[in-house]
Ligand binder design. Structure first.
Ligand SMILES: [Ca+2]
Length: 233
């Protein structure tokens, strides 16, 4: 049984001002995007990382044509929130997925690509993670996750965890601390710029609309970058 974590990155879109400057910064994440993190399945989720770093550019990495273990497998993505609700709260959950493993196996599914189930305000379908170490109680418990892995293992099925590590929820401890002290340790985890005369650092547009720059709470002269969700949406 393996757990594979998928990474996504913000696009370095052409024609944007300060592109090179910000692209260089985001290349840290571009490298992360090319990591394939292979977890041998033992909970808690984070045990062993085998990673391969990509080149320090935003260019597409050369694709290997060597046969990989997943090449002859059939994957099926599950968005847990709308899959199957077992406790009547209207939200799909991990027990619901467990209850359909036999059905999925019969369909020929080898790999379940699991959309995020981490603790999240769900502002961005769970990709806005507030706690990378916890299962959102709306989806279940860590014991439910243990059981899902074990039941998948029994059926010789794989679980792929969809995980984005290049941004987090505004409810994450790191961002809260960055708001409290932008010059401190956690402030350096984010793109926070001092703005003079109201001129934003660049004209990037957020995927959720509007500029990527938003005023940092409690700091009238500082803005933080959000490619996706922003505080208070
Ligand atoms: Ca439920």
């Amino acid at each position: 049984m393996h757990l594979i974590f998928n990474f996504t990155v913000p696009a370095c879109e052409p024609g944007m001002t300060s592109r090179k400057k910000l692209c260089r910064k985001t290349c840290i994440f571009c490298q992360l995007s090319s990591l394939i993190i292979l977890y041998i399945c033992e909970l808690p989720l984070f045990i062993r990382i085998i990673c391969r770093a990509g080149p320090p550019t935003c260019k597409t990495e050369r694709i290997s044509h060597e046969k990989q273990w997943w090449h002859d497998k059939t994957a099926y993505q599950i968005y847990p929130k709308s899959f199957l609700d077992t406790n009547g709260d209207g939200i799909g959950d991990l027990p619901g997925i467990i209850s359909r493993l036999d059905y999925l196996k019969d369909l020929g599914v080898d790999i379940i690509w699991l959309s995020p189930v981490y603790v999240s305000p769900l502002a961005d379908q769970g990709y806005d993670i507030a706690d990378y170490y916890g299962i959102d109680p709306r989806f279940g418990t860590m014991e439910d996750m243990d059981r899902l892995l074990e039941e998948a293992r029994k059926r010789d099925m794989y679980i792929v965890m969809d995980l984005v590590v290049n941004h987090c929820s505004d409810e994450h401890f790191w961002f809260r601390e960055a708001c409290r002290d932008p010059e401190g340790k956690y402030g350096r985890f984010f793109y926070i710029e001092t703005v003079k005369d109201g001129k934003l650092p660049c004209n990037w547009r957020s995927y959720f609309g509007g500029p990527v720059w938003e005023k940092l709470p409690g700091h009238d002269d500082k803005y933080y970058l959000h490619v996706f969700h922003k505080l208070g949406l």
